[in-house]
Design a protein around this ligand. Structure first.
Ligand code: GNR
Ligand code: NI
Length: 167
């Protein structure tokens, strides 16, 4: 199965808003399988469809060390968020940048799996933060956009320099 190309910030396609999934078919299952493979290969602990230029509300997450706890969230909605967490975040679309972002410590999420079955997940800690990070991607928001304008400017300069060096 193919590893998908991950868009790099800044890219206007990372700002598209994902549409809800309405049909739970084989192509959705293939997308989920390819996204999981891409996330594990990267390696990362989460991936939103937006990052692979598919603008549908699909997320895969696995915060386990053994890669045995895949969570698939289709059309996720946060129904409860409590507490405050500031975990240093990274993003596969913003390589080499790690920054603290304010998030809820616990979230209750309603979503569907890749078969269309509805479920509710209660998450805390890194899993909760990762889900919030991925749900931002579906809304067209990259984690650096939670930071000050000055920090964002510095990050863009650093990424441009990385790109020049690799060219
Ligand atoms: O791999 C990832 N690690 C991570 C660490 C802290 C908070 C969020 C994340 S998500 C990130 C993968 C990614 O870019 N998902 O969109
Ligand atoms: Ni990300």
């Amino acid at each position: 199965m193919p590893i998908l190309n991950i868009l790099r910030y800044p890219d206007a396609r990372l700002h598209k808003v994902a549409a809800p999934v309405t049909v739970f078919d084989e192509s959705l299952k293939k997308l989920v399988a390819d996204m999981a493979e891409t996330m594990y290969a990267a390696p990362g602990i989460g991936l939103a469809a937006t990052q692979v230029d598919v603008h549908k509300q699909v997320i895969v997450v696995d915060v386990s060390d053994r890669h045995d706890s895949l969570v698939v969230l289709v059309n996720p909605e946060i129904v409860e968020a409590t507490g405050e967490s500031d975990i240093e975040e990274g993003c596969l679309s913003v390589p080499g940048i790690y920054e603290l972002v304010q998030r809820a410590e616990r979230v209750k999420v309603r979503a569907h799996d890749q078969n269309g079955k509805a479920f509710t997940l209660e998450a805390q800690g890194l899993l909760a933060v990762c889900i919030q990070h991925e749900m931002d991607h579906l809304q067209g928001k990259v984690f650096v956009e939670h930071l000050s304008q000055l920090k964002q400017q510095r990050i863009r300069a650093k990424l441009a320099k990385q790109l020049r060096k690799s060219a």
